[in-house]
Unconditional design. Sequence first.
Length: 131
Amino acid sequence: VWERKALEMHQRGDGARAAALLEKLLATPSGDAVKDAWRRYLLADARRLDEDYGAAARELVATEKAARAAGADAQLLERIDWLGFALARDSRDCSRAQGALARLEKDHPSSPLVAEARRDWTSLKSVAQCS
């Protein structure tokens, strides 16, 4: 029940409620390390949606570590790299956004998320006056 509600809140953009539910889910490991890594990813993104960028960044580091330890698939690692860009973009951190975009382009060159990140980078450069 919590997982369904957490996903629903996340999809609605209600980061605070999604994060609270995801924390409850993560308090008891599911027994599936990859599933738990996906939940951590959603928690990091929920923190970003709630504009709690420091907590999102800390959770993203834990997410990547958990995903790699679990032997997560390329899709999760791609989403983690995209979230690194999205977090930097949303917090208007030009330097981190540029580095995260470069990592996304290098590690996932054929991903549709690369094109999205490039468009967002172009927009960020004009809004945040990135060079």
